[in-house]
Design a protein around this ligand. Structure first.
Ligand code: ADP
Length: 165
């Protein structure tokens, strides 16, 4: 059976930390499906369509990776729909571990045939989070070493628009 991994997240925006996880997952699994999930608790800077386009361009070289958007609903349900048998999540620190293990246990209780696999964040991306990127970019800081080039331009455009509104 093909090993298909779902990598769900808010990706607001997609960072080099996310990309590193995707590259490593693409070497472990036959196929990786990145799912742009709408997180109702977080107010997003980018629309789901913008996120999908940015992630598609940033991962274009990875032939076994594709991107979908999921408006609402359970990650497990999406995994079923896509025929995924693994869920991949990244871990940066103990906070991520505590939060992610709760979610993984809930998902396991919903369906124990879908295995959650954690990849430890690479040390150079430990401090990279989407919220930190937005904070720095908003005030004109250089985030070009922390996000893919197309995401850096999209951030610059977004905040230029905001300042002109
Ligand atoms: P969510 O809102 O679902 O947590 P995120 O977009 O913040 O979505 O993160 C998606 C996944 O990527 C999570 O598993 C998160 O732990 C992981 N992640 C976030 N930043 C990094 C990073 N710098 N390195 C590796 N994994 C990361």
């Amino acid at each position: 059976m093909a090993k298909i991994a779902l990598f769900p997240g808010s990706f607001d925006p997609f960072t080099n930390g996310h990309l590193d996880t995707v590259v490593r997952a693409s070497q472990l699994f036959d196929e990786v499906v990145i799912a742009v999930m709408t997180n109702t608790a977080k107010k997003a800077l980018f629309t789901p369509d913008e996120k999908v386009a940015l992630i598609e361009a940033a991962t274009a070289k990875l032939t076994n990776v594709r991107v979908v958007a999921q408006a609402n609903g359970l990650t497990i349900a999406l995994a079923h729909q896509l025929g995924a048998n693994f869920i991949v999540r990244g871990l940066r620190n103990a906070n991520d571990l505590a939060y992610e293990s709760d979610i993984a246990r809930v998902n396991q209780s919903l369906d124990d045939t879908i295995e959650t696999v954690f990849l430890l964040a690479s040390s150079q991306y430990l401090a990279v989070s989407s919220s930190m990127i937005k904070e720095v970019a908003q005030f004109g800081g250089d985030v070009s070493s922390l996000v893919p080039a197309n995401v850096a331009s999209a951030l610059a455009n977004k905040f230029a628009q905001v300042h002109h509104d």
